[in-house]
Design a protein around this ligand. Structure first.
Ligand SMILES: [Zn+2]
Length: 199
């Protein structure tokens, strides 16, 4: 049981549900929000409201976007013959920060994880195959995470794509198995891209 006032306990409880935030941190954040100016605290609330209202998935690549097509898909300077397949929008962000890739992306919104009950149908694999079928892609770069599930997902997709005239490659294993793209630094990502191999 909490001994905070109702509204404060509610905030502590909400913050405590965020990933990586324990009870103590939730309390610290809540009291911080009570201490800062009203303008600053409500700025956070507005940012949350706005992100939920305005941000959706790009209709082509499933990256996060505030418009029908994301900024990458609508950029005429991106190489539209190469498509890099990632699990999550945050993986795409890591690759973008490395500035080593100029093609477009496809975000799967997860990976095949039979133990968690996640099958291919729950991902954006069908739209990916459709893009490859209709587009002028020469290369599909698999950049799923180097985990058992990421590798399995990548293999599953490369089998589906084997009937199309595209080369399927995979990021080089500069990134240690088990680590995730999200935590890799930009040099590691650039090396993994440069050293990518045919799958
Ligand atoms: Zn897009």
């Amino acid at each position: 049981m909490s001994n905070h006032a109702g509204a404060v306990s509610e905030l502590v409880e909400q913050l405590g549900r965020l990933p990586g935030i324990g009870r103590k941190s939730a309390e610290r954040l809540a009291f911080h929000l009570l201490r800062v100016s009203e303008h600053e605290a409500l700025g956070l609330a507005d940012a949350i409201r706005r992100v939920r209202k305005d941000v959706r998935y790009c209709s082509a690549c499933f990256n996060l976007s505030e418009t029908e097509l994301c900024s990458i898909c609508s950029d005429p300077n991106r190489d539209k013959t190469r498509i890099c397949v990632v699990e999550q929008p945050r993986d795409l962000m890591s690759l973008e920060q490395s500035s080593a890739y100029r093609g477009v992306y496809h975000v799967l919104l997860g990976r095949i994880a039979p133990l968690d009950g996640i099958g291919p149908d729950q991902l954006t694999i069908d739209p990916l195959v459709e893009r490859v079928r209709k587009g002028n892609f020469v290369e599909v770069i698999m950049a799923t995470n180097p985990t058992v599930e990421g590798d399995g997902t990548s293999l599953y997709i490369s089998n589906l794509l084997s009937e199309y005239p595209v080369v399927v490659t995979r990021l080089a294993r500069g990134i240690t198995a088990g680590s995730v793209l999200e935590y890799a630094n930009r040099e590691m990502i650039a090396d993994a891209l440069t050293g990518r191999q045919k799958l």
